[in-house]
Design a protein around this ligand. Structure first.
Ligand SMILES: *Cc1c(COP(=O)(O)O)cnc(C)c1O
Length: 411
């Protein structure tokens, strides 16, 4: 008889976004004229930068000429893109990352899941609570957890609660964990990590021989000059951290698909027979075997992000979303709601009023304001009593949604 990967059966049925979609669809069916504004799912809304589009059009032309045609590219990505990334995102910030340590991919979502291929099955794994659900679910699928409890917590994972009480930065555990997922600026809370906080994690990881899986998908939203953009700005991180980056949020590539993962060559782990193994070699082997690279057209589009025009246009995009976030913060505050995040991140994390549960607040906002957000409890048990509002939308929609909330909640 065929066996399936029964770990999939442990996954919680009512995944967050389908449940949101179900409730919104039911409401829309009952209220066909309700002008619903969605500030829920973290997807960008504004068009691709001109520089990226121009580069992709040119790349299509390249493919139309025998002399410049491209077939399979390198599994790790084209050298010119890896070099542009190494220079602009790392070396210009004082991080000694070499182009060969950068692996181009079609998404950080895939990479944060796929990275588990190179690790064993008996690691102790820590995640924050709330958390980006991909880190948890990919570990469930890989059989690294027990079943989910009533609270929705999987046996075998170490949950590090983050809340207003600890400034949304996890307390560093006393016990040893092997793999730690960190995401800064954070989805869903919009929180950031200071240099000192990241240094404490790096020190912990070096002391225990742990590995930090650092998701920096939102680094472009950092406006505070004192905040690190990359974990490799922290001394020692090249010996204990893998970093995930994406063009999805800074350049609007959520539908275009391009990202990259940094695996420093200094990152080594002891195999069970005591030999020292380079994780770079394992990831290189994994990618070479299971992945055939990102399309030439898309990589040319990503390369254009680093051109002077691309830099100006992506910065303008990020600035636009951050202004949305500022409007959301100001208006929700005016509506007497308690807000966090949204300064160096496109997400505002709202404390639900009057002790409402996250889902009760979701329903209330949907029914009274026709505004859709994301219940904090969907990101983990400790997200209960919070609510995420995304700044990814048009200015008109943001203004309109906020006006409705102020009208309903003020006073
Ligand atoms: C959007 C997002 C990403 C980017 O995912 P892609 O697959 O590159 O689009 C990665 N991590 C987090 C936490 C995100 O919210």
């Amino acid at each position: 008889m065929v066996q399936i990967n029964e770990n999939y059966l442990k996954l919680k049925a009512g995944y967050l976004f389908p449940e949101i979609a179900r409730r919104v669809a039911a409401f829309a069916e009952a209220n066909p004229n309700a002008p619903i504004i969605k500030l829920g799912i973290g997807d960008v809304t504004e068009p691709l930068p001109q520089a990226c589009r121009d580069a992709m059009v040119q790349a299509v032309q390249d493919l139309g000429d025998r002399a410049t045609f491209k077939g399979y590219g390198p599994e790790q990505g084209y050298g010119w893109l890896r070099e542009a990334i190494a220079t602009h995102d790392f070396q210009n910030r004082g991080c000694a990352i070499d182009p060969s340590e950068i692996f181009i991919s079609d998404g950080s979502k895939c990479d944060t899941g796929n990275i588990l291929d190179i690790f064993g099955s008996d690691n102790t794994i820590a995640v924050t609570d709330p958390v980006y659900p991909v880190y948890v679910d990919t570990n469930v699928m890989a059989g690294h957890t027990g079943p989910a409890s009533d609270r929705g917590e999987y046996g075998g994972l170490v949950y590090l609660p983050i809340s207003a009480e600890n400034n949304f930065t996890a307390q560093i555990p006393n016990e040893k964990v092997d793999l730690i997922y960190l995401c800064f600026p954070n989805n869903p809370t919009g929180a950031v990590a200071s240099r000192a906080h990241l240094q404490a994690w790096v020190d912990y990881a070096l002391h225990h021989g742990s590995i930090i899986l650092f998701d920096a998908a939102y680094e472009a939203f950092i406006t505070d000059p004192d905040l690190p953009h990359s974990i490799y700005e922290i001394p020692g991180a090249e010996r204990c951290a893998i970093e995930f980056r994406s063009f999805s949020k800074n350049a609007g590539f959520t539908g275009t698909r391009c990202a990259f993962t940094v695996v420093p060559k200094a990152l080594t782990v002891q195999a069970s027979d005591g030999t020292t193994v380079d994780l770079w070699k394992l990831w290189n082997r994994r990618q070479s075997t299971k992945f055939n690279g990102v399309s030439y057209i898309v990589q040319r589009g990503a390369e254009a992000v680093y051109s002077p025009a691309g830099q100006a246009q992506t910065q303008a995009l990020v600035k636009f979303y951050l202004e949305n976030a500022q409007i959301i913060r100001e208006q929700l505050t005016a509506a007497n709601l308690e807000v966090y995040g949204g300064i160096n991140a496109p997400y505002v994390w709202v404390k639900t009023p009057n002790g409402l549960s996250s889902w009760d607040f979701f329903d209330k906002l949907l029914h009274t304001c026709n505004v859709v957000g994301t219940p904090g409890s969907g990101f983990g048990a400790a997200g209960e009593g919070y609510f995420r509002i995304s700044a990814f939308n048009s200015r008109d929609n943001v203004n309109e949604a906020m006006a409705r909330i102020v009208a309903n909640f003020k006073g």
